[in-house]
Design a protein around this ligand. Structure first.
Ligand SMILES: Cc1ncc(COP(=O)(O)O)c(C=O)c1O
Length: 566
């Protein structure tokens, strides 16, 4: 009898210990999440599904912050004047955009999400600049109406050395491989040189070629899972790694990414989770987050107030990466540095060189293709292997019809060869000082003019910050365009300069930037009620959302307006 009691007691103790240990593991995980919606992927998807579409009418558009009549009138008059200027100046470009808008899904999406959704329909009706360009030269692009813009889109980060550089890469590449043409499967000899150069740059033994950054990330994660036998992947709050399901667990993905943990960036709690858990295959790091840790890519569609924050601290981020490296090494977790965006922008050896760390797998893309689509994984041999010597059917499959496409490989080679030339190496000399100096000078001018706008930067990647609470910061993108500055569809959240911007080019951009912000100030958009805070703005928007949600439930509709009206 005694032994039975003893066994029962030990079983109960064992079960309690196990429950406590599981609870502790769960608690550690909760603590390692960032206290924001992007930090809670599942919750953010649930909340997003509850937010109803509603739209401001013409009266509300100009006074959603409770501005007095005189200010609302001033804003309206300025808006209509800007609208007339857009109609005249961008006529052809806007007309072709209108013609194709309903048939290009991507265009419908990007044009609907340029500004917070409450204003979107009205703004789009009156301020369509269009989405077509027909030429690029130096640091400019030209639209169908012949308007020349300074290009701050950076072509999503691809344009690092200036469009003429890539045109040259492409022309030469096409000539070099034309004899072979689009033969796939077998390699053009240029591949061998690419591999040598990429091994040298990455400090890693093997290379695989893919067709986009998203695919490179997919393959890196798949390899990490294959070799560790674990399934969880860790990404950091706000970080973008392409649009594959497992790396986009929050809003934007219709299904839950159950094997993904989104942890707080630059945090002890995250390191603790990595140090204790046994199920983590890999940690994905996008070093661009150094500019805005734990925040999503700053898009003007989310610019409902002035709470956007950013600032780059190289020493702090370097220290973080080194500690992360240490924990991953200790725990056999594969550290994947996703350099698809930042690779080659900070240093010729990429973010690894710039921050002084070595990852287990590195993904590259964008600019590396010399102007053509690309994704690359570089990694340790043991991690890159796709089969096992002792189990022939246990493989880690990865293909892709167009991988190692001769034209892409040749354009990449042109890029890599030029990267080693003294002219290109020169561009990296004093790079941070150059861009920090430019950002500092622009900020001084903005401050001296009393404008509530500043910029923050990670080298040549910039974001615009707003220093006083306002609901109308998103209007700045339209004033900037009127001044001849081209921004991507996410607006003032991300300005990407190419390294061929001269001082004179930059001064021209700065002049136009200050002129745009001055006009916006003059037109009353930054009028602010005494004592207004960002928190108060958020509360106001939340009240509106709740009221519209309740109304939608009452009338039994999922949304207030039909999607077509957006
Ligand atoms: C860090 C990072 N990883 C992956 C991707 C996805 O690359 P792609 O758009 O070529 O699929 C991006 C794209 O912006 C990125 O910035």
């Amino acid at each position: 009898m005694d032994w039975r009691i003893t066994t029962a007691v030990f079983s109960a103790l064992g079960a309690t210990a196990l429950t406590l240990s599981l609870a502790k593991t769960r608690l550690d995980l909760s603590r390692a999440k960032h206290a924001s919606l992007p930090g809670h992927a599942r919750l953010s998807r649930r909340i997003a599904s509850l937010i109803p579409f509603y739209t401001y009418d013409e009266r509300e558009v100009f006074r959603s912050d409770g501005a007095p009549d005189e200010i609302a009138k001033r804003r309206r008059a300025a808006f209509m004047q800007l609208s007339a200027l857009y109609r005249e100046r961008f006529a052809k470009t806007a007309a072709l955009t209108a013609q194709v808008r309903e048939t290009i899904s991507d265009l419908q999406f990007t044009s609907a999400y340029r500004v917070p959704f409450q204003y979107s329909a009205f703004v789009r009706r009156h301020l369509t600049a269009g989405s077509f360009v027909e030429a690029s030269r130096g640091v400019t692009v030209t639209d169908l109406d012949g308007n020349v813009f300074y290009d701050l889109t950076g072509s999503y980060g691809v344009n690092l050395f200036g469009y003429d550089f890539y045109k040259d890469c492409l022309e030469r590449a096409f000539r070099r491989v034309n004899d072979l043409g689009p033969v796939l499967g077998a390699y053009h000899p240029v591949v061998a040189d690419n591999v040598t150069r990429l091994r040298d740059i990455s400090g890693l033994a093997e290379v695989s070629f893919h067709m986009s950054g998203t695919e490179a990330v997919m393959q890196a994660v798949r390899l990490a899972r294959y070799h560790t036998g674990r399934k969880r992947l860790v990404r950091f709050c706000g970080a973008y790694h392409g649009w594959w399901d497992d790396v986009q667990p929050g809003v934007g993905n219709p299904v839950a990414a159950r094997d993904t943990y989104t942890l707080k960036d630059m945090s002890e709690e995250a390191l603790r989770v990595l140090a204790r858990r046994h199920d983590i295959a890999c940690v994905l790091v996008n070093p661009l987050q150094a500019l805005h840790p734990n925040a999503n890519a700053p898009s003007d569609s989310a610019l409902i107030d002035s709470a956007r924050e950013a600032g780059f601290d190289r020493a702090a981020y370097t220290d973080w990466l080194k500690r992360l490296r240490g924990v991953c090494s200790d725990r056999g977790i594969v550290l994947i540095l996703d350099e698809v965006f930042l690779g080659f922008r900070l240093a010729p050896g990429g973010a690894q060189e710039y921050f002084g760390i070595r990852a287990d797998l590195v993904t590259y893309g964008k600019t590396l293709g010399g102007g053509l689509p690309i994704g690359v994984v570089c990694g340790r041999s043991d991690l890159m292997k796709r089969f096992r010597d002792d189990r022939p059917l246990d493989i880690c499959f990865a293909r892709g019809t167009f991988n190692s496409h001769p034209y892409v490989m040749a354009a990449m080679n042109e890029f890599l060869v030029r990267l080693d030339t003294p002219q290109v190496r020169d561009l990296y000399r004093g790079l941070d000082d150059t861009w920090n100096g430019r950002a500092g000078r622009l900020n001084q001018r903005l401050a001296a003019a009393g404008l509530p706008v500043r910029v923050a930067n990670l080298s040549s990647v910039w974001t615009v910050l707003y220093t006083q609470p306002s609901r109308y910061n998103w209007m700045l993108q339209y004033y900037l365009r009127a001044e001849g500055l081209a921004l991507s569809w996410i607006g003032t959240g991300r300005l990407i300069f190419s390294l061929n911007y001269t001082e004179a080019d930059f001064e021209a951009v700065a002049d136009r930037f200050v002129a745009a912000a001055t006009a916006m100030w003059r037109d009353g958009w930054w009028w602010t009620a005494p004592g207004l805070t960002n928190r108060a703005i958020k509360r106001q928007v939340l009240r509106e959302i709740v009221a519209h949600r309740v109304h939608a439930w009452r009338v039994g509709a999922g949304a207030i307006n039909s999607p077509r009206s957006r």
